[in-house]
Ligand binder design. Sequence first.
Ligand code: MSP
Length: 521
Amino acid sequence: MSKRFYITTAIDYVNGQPHLGHAYEKIVADVIARGRRSLGQEVFFLTGLDEHGQKVQQAAQSEGKAPQVYCDELARQWMAFVQKLCISNDDFVRTTQARHKSVVQALLQKLYDRGELYKAPYRGWYSWKEETFLTEKDRRPDGTFDPVWGEVTELVEDNWYFRMSRYQSWLIDYMEAHPEFVHPPSRRNEVLSFLRSQPLEDLCISRPAARLSWGIPLPFDPDYVNYVWFDALTNYFSIPAAWGDPAALSALQGYYASESSPKAALELWPADIHVIGKDIVRFHAIYWPIMLHAAGIEPPRQILVHGWWQKDGQKMSKTTGNVVDPVAVIDEWGVDAFRYYVLRELDIGPDGNWTDAGFRARYSAELANGLGNLVHRSLSMLQRYRQGVVPSVHHELAPEAERTAEEVRSCLQQSRLQPALIAIWSLITRANQYVDHTAPFKLAKDPAQATRLDQVLYNLVETVRVVAVLLWPFLPTTASRIYAQLGLETEPHRLTTARWGGLPPGHKVGAPQVLFPRKEH
Ligand code: MSP
């Protein structure tokens, strides 16, 4: 058994609405996961939901439902959303699952036994109406709290703390020794300068159960529940433990018994990539590695941080109606058009801006007229001039196709998704220009040019096949449809098959079908 490439997304708050930002993150992680599979690696891809906490408890209460019933209903919608996006996750974690809760408790108990947790008074501004502590961020510019919070008073209560401050210099050293730990480098620099500029505070990890019951009880003090980042972050580790991962089991020895049979065990930890948005970097790049280190567990290998989407240059907000509904876009344009736009428009790192006009422009120029047209005319000409039968192998476009495949391989190894798409589209453009330059419709009129026409047709259909293989991690449905139209019974899901010459002479291709219908808008 060897370690799988283990990749995760953040787990979404169950009580939020699935939106463009959530969709983007899952698609980015999905392409990286599929890319690794295409490279021949074994992969484990985890996504899921963050279901505990005050807001969920209150929302369930206001709908007159038990919190678990409320979560179960929403979880169904989220899982349907994940399917809609064609996400190839291997598991779906919900933090209310027993398999997760037992690992959180094991980890807490281990930290407690090691003297990493202590009880102390917690002081904060408390909203009695919303039953939650507020932070400095909730203050208005004039220092007061918004009336929506009702009466706000300073409250002191005992809580449990994690001794995070102990590990500040360990983390600085770790990050210096592992420059790839936070990516892109701009985010790494932010974290490092934060760590170097101020002392870390210890982390409050509990709430009194009397006030918040919707959480995981602390095993050593049942008057408290765990709150809530500690619980959420642990999902990345609890699922490997539940799958019998040897590293997880040995770290939890004496605290946890996995129910999975040793035969079915998967080697997963440490995680290779946690894909997250820029707002939760501190939790992932500071709290999480310190929690693990304090428990004697290796940190994840990389935190990959993406930017945030806006729409039309404004923050997305349901109240103003300034939102992109991924499901509506997918229903109208297809899932691969949606996946293509978000991946091509926004590199992993900077912030992005969705515009409907930009979406349509890319759809029309790059999908319908670029990729769609290449596939359609290549297959149509092969049908028309050669009854769909593939001619002898010819290598005119081979150097470009092989160079592109090499570029895509290196991009997939480095999670460089936008550059990979740019490379694939330059091959598509090149092939479309090749049609214009070689003018097969003219060659077809001259019997003396039959060999040349064979050559041109081979170069075109073989380029189409190679493009399908390169595209598979990004646009899996389209890639499979291209393979089906080529009359191939395999899937284009292995990068090694992008090697030139894969279409055998004499093979009969199928009928062309429109991949991206042109739309009047
Ligand atoms: N539950 C926490 C994460 C816990 S992970 C151990 C959470 N949930 S969330 O639903 O608010 O956000 C989930 C992910 O979506 C985060 O990585 C966040 O950055 C991302 N996005 C939320 N809005 C976004 C945009 N507008 N654009 C891009 N990504 C965004 O935080």
